[in-house]
Write a protein of this length. Structure first.
Length: 153
């Protein structure tokens, strides 16, 4: 079955929330139960669908003159199939269409040994993102974070 990328609409919220429940390695209980349900109502974004099932999503917001990725997730059994890349490409096209020259995100820092986020960081680095800020936090779920950015050409 082919994957289609579509703009995120309110009717997709249940599918996104069902998807994030399957990804506890990436989205902790607070993200799944509080942050993502709120953010998807207030951020732009895209979904990846196969048939009528959401298999991936990305949320986007503008801050500090750049397009920021709020959340990005792909169904675990669909990793490595280009869905994350397609969602990121859609985000970059969105940035270009809106005159934004940079895309950014933040993630768990590389000082924390946690395999799922090693894969996340590797994905962003392969796509041309670079670290522009490191910080420690008082969040036990993310004691170190890195901010990543990429110029949009």
């Amino acid at each position: 079955m082919s994957t289609v990328i579509r703009p995120l609409l309110p009717e997709h919220h249940p599918g996104i929330l069902a998807l994030v429940e399957t990804l506890p390695e990436w989205f902790d209980a607070d993200a799944r139960g509080r942050a993502i349900p709120v953010d998807i109502r207030h951020q732009d974004g895209f979904i990846a669908v196969e048939g009528d099932q959401v298999v991936g999503f990305v949320t986007l917001f503008v801050s500090e003159g750049r397009l920021n990725i709020g959340w990005l997730g792909v169904r675990l059994d669909r990793h490595g199939r280009g869905i994350g890349t397609a969602l990121l490409n859609s985000a970059e096209d969105f940035a270009r269409q809106n005159g934004l020259k940079e895309i950014a995100t933040f993630t768990l820092g590389d000082g924390v040994d946690y395999e799922p986020y090693e894969a996340t960081r590797a994905f962003y680095f392969r796509k041309g993102f670079a670290v522009y800020q490191r910080s420690t936090t008082d969040n036990p779920g993310c004691p170190e974070e890195i901010r990543l950015r990429k110029a949009i050409l």
